[in-house]
Design a protein around this ligand. Sequence first.
Ligand SMILES: *Cc1c(COP(=O)(O)O)cnc(C)c1O
Length: 342
Amino acid sequence: MVDPKDIDFYSLGFNFIETKTMFMATHKNGKWNEGELMPFGNFEISPASCVINYGQGIFEGMKALKGKNGEITLFRPKENAKRFNFSARRMLMPEYDVDKFVDTVKRVVKENEEYIPPYDSGGALYIRPILFGYGPILGVHSAEEFKLIIFTVPVGPYFPEGFKGINLEISKKYTRAAPGGTGSAKTICNYAGTMLPAKESKARGFAQILYLDAIHMEYIEEVGAANFFAMINGKLATPRKSGTILEGITRESILELASKKLGIEIEERDMSYKELYDESCTEVFCAGTAAVITPIASVTLEGKERIFNNREPGEITNKVYKLLTGIQRLDIEDEFGWIIKV
Ligand SMILES: *Cc1c(COP(=O)(O)O)cnc(C)c1O
């Protein structure tokens, strides 16, 4: 582990840093053991394990934040627990009790309390629960033994240089998920395939790819690992839950905030990338636990660029950002019951 005294919490990025404690539980002979907190570290795994050979694995991403008065909070952790089980079912792995999941996350956060960045740094303690087929197999079928691990990493604010828009590239070459596949599960298999497209896009100067649907190569799906939103004709539109997008908890929260707190009409629907090139589309942003709310300055397809709002974050983007982060950091009253104290 890294001594927390040696960490500059004011210059953190999104990089791995070893913290003190992790949790590990094993599922064997049809049931979970109690599991235990242990020092973060390596463990042994069979070269024939299902996760290494066939990618039977899932993950979650959550954040523990420190409020102004030092209180430690989680944002809707039960939703992560439920999605973890949804992903586990899709990948033929055992579920974990929802309350136990939340309780265990709290224990791991408490153990690593010294690694939570201070309120004024804007950082967070990123929480990474994983579940994978640990047991050895040869044919393509599920493992019989599984491991659940929860570890944490301190991360910096997503916008160290302030709230700025990113430039996206619309891809007509690569897709992320197809109907009937695993796009709506947070499974590790969905991410390895996005590394090459992301690298190519970055080399052309873009921050990320905006993925389209795999059948028509027309309807917007999502941005790397964040959900997509656009203000079109004064309504906040986002791709509908088609089975090929990851159903973000941030996405759900933004829809609720926009309709209940900002009085904006929301639409979950098929959205053609062509709509982004029309004047009726006034601002766009993407959202997720890691990205929080990231304004999108421009989108480009085959050299054709559409710039939004002179590359400045739009009015609604700003409002939603202030509301969401205000609630998460205890600066705005949480009337939705989203905040759980650790
Ligand atoms: C995790 C993730 C999101 C965002 O989900 P949140 O629950 O808001 O963090 C969006 N898209 C993909 C592909 C993801 O993996």
